[in-house]
Ligand binder design. Structure first.
Ligand code: 5AD
Ligand code: SF4
Length: 468
């Protein structure tokens, strides 16, 4: 894997917004550009090429990127040779607008077109605008070794699926990232081995919908039904993949994200329970606690089915941490339905969560079929209520660790105190404790003495069994 080349003379400044998938994609882009004569820089002013990997999930995310584009254009006035490119979801959504109407960027590249960057760069070098936003049936970038950006050398992202077929009515992802496809398991195993050899201690298998992973030789998930008998018989499911990765690197911590309830199967839960190195933690977005709203969202499961799944998770993996994504103020959501969200949260008592006000996205089914009719003030109040409930549940969870000893992988220095380390336990709770003789990347057992609603505070009692 090539991190940078001495002979490279041009400088790339790359910035990422949005989900982990975008951060992972930027590492693929950086890797492609190393071979085109670019090394990365963290100084915007000295860049020859500025790329921004963008997110369209909510209007606010797009506004943030627009502000950054204004900033790049201000720098461009001082350094007219600098070129600016937009990558990712906004590229897909706003290609004409950026290039033709607003003329604020030189290059627009969608999430499936990064391998075309060498050609697109030639275009902009010749003074022409360049664009490729074609979505692909089989691009998974399986053959590219990502350059790790902003890395601590301990945690790494490994992308395993791209796109999403679920068509939740609020979500722009199926339009910006295309249909779902999976990456060759062998290329995943090779990447994980390479990371282990470089000293990485934890990987997160990434996808919009990881449980839906299915490798049958390449191609879209939706075309699996017409695969040959032999392809079907030898296909690799997500549970199979988890087992392969866990067995191949028994000393590495394995995480995965995101799981969607409608695609999660029990064999995955059994795999998590069986392999000590797969973390007992599941990010399981629910979006709403009301079956009627879930139906309007096209989530393919009811409140009751979700609760059943959570109960099964707790049976199979007794100490599993579960976190949520929630949308409040979806069109037509009533006060009673909001109360159902609160009561579902009360039942699950999530470890933590990511909560959002509904933001209408142009082109989605919800935007076409429903009126964004919950007033902003009500959305805001409901959001405050679910955030408060979550804080209470997080505190309930962190308090339950008082007096217990947990395994922590040391990931960084604590923000508040340079004499403390910060890491996470398998359930993904942040743990801080005095550094003593321990080092970054160590697996340490920490006895929990205190906590806030978001953090466990303790003292190391020795290395864990996982320490090499
Ligand atoms: N409005 C608000 N939140 C949204 N999300 C996705 N689309 C929207 C939208 N239109 C949230 C969901 C998803 C997370 C990544 O972002 O909760 O799980
Ligand atoms: Fe969007 Fe739904 Fe796919 Fe998640 S599962 S990316 S919310 S369409």
């Amino acid at each position: 894997m090539l991190e940078s080349k001495q002979s490279n003379s041009r400088k790339l400044y790359i910035e990422s917004y949005g989900c982990q998938m975008n951060f992972s994609d930027s590492e693929i882009v950086a890797s492609i550009l190393v071979n085109e004569g670019f090394n990365t820089t963290d100084k915007l002013e000295e860049a020859d090429l500025v790329l921004v990997n963008t997110c369209s999930i909510r209007d606010k995310a797009e506004q943030t990127v627009r502000k950054r584009l204004e900033k790049y254009n201000a720098v461009k006035r001082i350094n007219p040779k600098m070129k600016v490119g937009v990558l990712g979801c906004m590229a897909e959504r706003l290609k004409e607008k950026f290039l033709d109407e607003e003329k604020i960027v030189d290059m627009v590249v969608g999430p499936d077109a990064y391998k075309d960057l060498p050609n697109l760069l030639k275009e902009i070098d010749a003074g022409r605008d360049a664009v490729n936003v074609v979505l692909s049936k089989d691009e998974t970038y399986g053959d590219i070794s990502p350059v790790r950006l902003g890395t601590n050398g301990i945690n790494a992202l490994v992308s395993i699926t791209r796109g999403c077929d679920n068509m939740c009515t609020f979500c722009v992802v199926p339009f910006t990232r295309g249909r779902e496809r999976s990456r060759d398991p062998q290329s995943i195993l090779t990447e994980v081995k390479d990371l282990a050899e470089k000293g990485y201690k934890e990987i997160t298998l990434l996808g919009q919908n990881v449980d839906s992973y299915l490798w049958y030789g390449g191609g879209l998930k939706k075309d699996f039904k017409s695969a040959s008998k032999i392809e079907k018989a030898t296909a690799t499911s997500f549970a199979n993949l988890l087992a392969m990765v866990a067995k191949s690197q028994p000393k590495m911590r394995i995480r995965f994200s995101t799981s969607n309830p409608q695609d999660m199967t029990e064999d995955v839960l059994h795999m998590v329970a069986k392999h000590q190195n797969i973390c007992n933690y599941i990010h399981l977005p629910v979006q709403s606690g009301s079956s009627r709203i879930l139906k309007e969202m096209n989530r393919q499961h009811t409140r009751e089915e979700y609760i059943q799944l959570v109960d099964r998770i707790h049976e199979i993996i007794p100490n599993c941490g579960i976190s949520q994504d929630m949308i409040t103020g979806f069109p037509t959501e009533t006060e009673e339905e909001h109360q159902e969200t609160l009561s579902l949260m009360e039942h699950v008592k999530y470890y933590f969560g990511f909560m959002f006000k509904y933001s209408e996205r142009p082109g989605t089914m919800a935007a076409r079929k429903l009126v964004d009719d919950v007033p902003e003030a009500i959305k805001k109040r409901r959001l405050t209520e679910i955030v408060d409930a979550q804080r209470k549940h997080s505190a309930y969870r962190t308090n339950s660790y008082l007096g217990k000893t947990v395994e922590v992988l040391i990931e960084r220095e604590a923000k508040k105190n340079q004499n403390d380390w910060s890491g996470r336990n398998p359930q993904s709770l942040v743990v801080v404790f005095p550094k003593e003789q321990y080092q970054l990347g160590d697996f340490v057992n920490v006895k929990i003495k205190n906590c806030t609603s978001a953090t466990l505070i303790g003292e190391a009692v020795g290395y864990s069994d996982n320490q090499q």
